[in-house]
Design a protein around this ligand. Structure first.
Ligand SMILES: Cc1cc2nc3c(=O)[nH]c(=O)nc-3n(C[C@H](O)[C@H](O)[C@H](O)COP(=O)(O)O)c2cc1C
Length: 397
């Protein structure tokens, strides 16, 4: 995924240095060219040799080293960099970066880097929460740095609180987010709904459907990778919450409706990929019901039609995309839905087609707009999500 990209990994003097080694290894597995730069203090925690063995590149620790093989090494490294991540970032380096100091390999290189940059602070909770550190992080944000939120838990110093370096997988996600896709959706606010809804019949049972949420999550991840500001409203699924999205978990159709209504006005693109349960009981059976007493005669009523609401309240310039699941007359039925609900695009699934529909990792979509009908081949849901977003960007030009 990162072939042809150079990640400059800055390592500074904290105990969490050891996680930087796993991160370097994970980046190499993604085919990135990884150039590690360290402060002198970081070398007291971990040997530069470890990173050299992991990355195949000489680890640079001293701007004045005449044997680095590079002319003016900090400038050469800065020019190569597609992304700079400083992890762990000490309170000291954060302070230096915020004020433009350049007196070690990491701070000097960072000052010369024009690529996207991120710091992952890791330190004792009191050091992290100190207003000086918080002000310095705000300064870095203002200068365009991404600040990776530290995790909470038991710290190496014995204290419990915020300040832990996130796990290497999370840091890898930061690099992938920065590098894996062109940011052609920057500035767009995207609202995605995903997963099933659950309608309680009684305190034990509920009505639902087979939606796994995979398609909606793939769309949310793809839009976030392309730089969009994404809100994901999701029913219960087994999927991990994607990074770089605002996550709104819900359970019932009514919850989803309320969440969507609260966000729809400020969204530029709305994609409804959720499979809302069509019916719910008019009243929930009381608590005393025994598991064997499934009362299938409970009267049902239709749940809210969220897509119809969105179509009726679409503001000028807003783009609305729905999904349809059809077992027959897919194009005709989907086109009717497109018109009736005032959609700009409908992604039609033929559930009878092999590799399409719920739970699987692939999909076969037909994208229908008022002016075109485009059949996509069998694609992974990730690729189908990007193809859908390409079409949305094309149509909303
Ligand atoms: C055992 C030990 C652990 C340390 N852990 C951290 C840490 O996790 N975060 C931090 O900001 N500073 C930590 N420090 C303090 C830094 O090492 C110190 O501020 C140093 O000047 C940082 O240098 P650098 O930013 O050039 O790497 C630690 C110091 C010691 C001795």
């Amino acid at each position: 995924m990162l072939r042809g990209k150079t990640v400059v990994l800055g390592v500074t003097g904290g105990i969490a240095c050891y996680k930087a080694a796993s991160l370097a290894s994970a980046l190499v597995k993604q085919h990135a060219n990884v150039q590690v730069i360290m402060t002198e203090n970081a070398t007291k925690f971990l040997s530069p040799m470890l990173f050299e063995e992991l990355t195949g590149n000489r680890t640079l620790t001293d701007t004045f080293d005449r044997n680095s093989g590079l002319r003016v090494s900090h400038i050469a490294v800065a020019e190569q960099a597609d992304f700079l991540l400083i992890a762990p970032a000490t309170a000291n380096i954060i302070s230096k970066l915020a004020h433009g100091l350049a007196d070690d390999m990491v701070s000097t290189t960072a000052l010369a880097c024009t690529c996207p940059k991120a710091v992952a602070p890791a330190m004792n909770t009191h050091m992290y929460e100190n207003p000086v550190t918080q002000d310095n992080l705000d300064i870095l944000r203002r200068y365009g740095w991404e600040v990776v939120e530290p995790a909470s838990g038991r710290l190496a110093c014995g204290a419990v609180g915020k300040g832990k370096l996130p796990e290497p997988e999370v840091l890898l996600e930061v690099c992938l987010h920065a590098l894996s896709h062109e940011k052609d959706m920057e500035g767009k606010r995207v609202l995605v709904t995903a997963g099933p809804t659950q309608e309680a019949l009684d305190p034990v049972r509920y009505l639902t459907n087979h939606s796994s949420g995979k398609m909606g999550y793939a769309i949310a991840k793809a839009a976030a990778a392309r730089g969009a500001d994404v809100t994901l409203v999701s029913g219960p699924t087994q999927l991990p919450v994607p990074g770089y999205v605002t996550f709104m978990p819900i359970r019932s159709a009514e919850d989803m409706y309320q969440a969507v209504v609260s966000r729809s006005e400020q969204s530029d693109i709305i994609i409804k990929a959720a499979a809302v349960a069509d019916y719910r009981p008019t009243q929930i059976a009381d608590n005393k019901i025994k598991k064997s007493d499934a009362d299938l005669s409970i009267p049902l009523e239709r749940t809210r039609d969220i897509l119809a609401y969105l179509g009726q309240h679409k503001r000028p310039g807003q783009f609305l995309c729905g999904f349809s699941m059809e077992t027959e007359h897919m194009v005709e039925n989907s086109r009717k839905k497109l018109e009736k609900k005032h959609l700009d695009l409908i992604a039609a699934n033929n559930v009878k087609e092999k590799g399409a529909g719920f739970a699987v990792d692939t999909n076969v979509l037909t994208l229908i707009s008022p002016t075109q009908c485009k059949e996509l081949p069998l694609l992974t849901k990730d690729d189908a999500a990007h193809a859908l977003l390409d079409t949305i960007l094309e149509l909303s030009k």
